[in-house]
Design a binder for this molecule. Structure first.
Ligand code: HEC
Length: 132
């Protein structure tokens, strides 16, 4: 009986550590691997408009209507229009911050927003922030 309980505990531990791996978050200071991702979606007016729609629906409440970090929320969210990108400034790193999340204050959107729509968001953020 005890052995069975231990085995179950061990299995639960294995599952938890696997989940922790999958739930990897964007890294502060940037992420060289993520920076290698190339943006497959051209920065067309259509892509930027699609990104803006998703932004208004899912991001503006925290990051503010213009991305200035002036939305409502308990933690002050990043200004997405300044030159400071805590999690890296390349398209791939911004994509990864949205995809995987950054911290308990900013959840990952994998599964809730399609990859294409996340690239549209990257393109939209570029259009309101520093052009690079
Ligand atoms: C619940 C509030 C909330 C929502 C909703 C939210 N964010 Fe965030 N976001 C934050 C906070 C807070 C941070 C700063 C997190 C930190 O420092 O760990 C952040 C950080 C970021 C960063 C990293 C900025 C940097 O400096 O590197 C990006 C990019 C970002 N958010 C994009 C988005 C996008 C796109 C959406 C919509 C799909 C979104 N966020 C939705 C709260 C939110």
């Amino acid at each position: 009986m005890r052995a069975a309980a231990l085995a179950i505990l061990f299995l639960a531990f294995l599952c938890a550590s696997t989940l922790a791996d999958i739930g990897a978050q964007a890294q502060k200071g940037g992420n060289p691997e993520a920076a290698k991702l190339t943006n497959p979606v051209a920065k067309t007016p259509e892509s930027i408009a699609a990104g803006k729609r998703t932004y208004q629906r899912m991001c503006a409440r925290c990051h503010g209507p213009g991305g200035k970090g002036d939305g409502s929320g308990t933690t002050i969210p990043s200004d997405l229009t300044d030159e400071v990108w805590e999690f890296g400034s390349s398209d791939g790193e911004i994509f990864t911050a949205i995809h995987d999340g950054t911290s308990i204050d900013m959840d990952g959107y994998a599964g809730r927003i399609s990859d294409t729509d996340m690239w549209n968001l990257v393109n939209f953020l570029r259009s309101i922030g520093l052009q690079k």
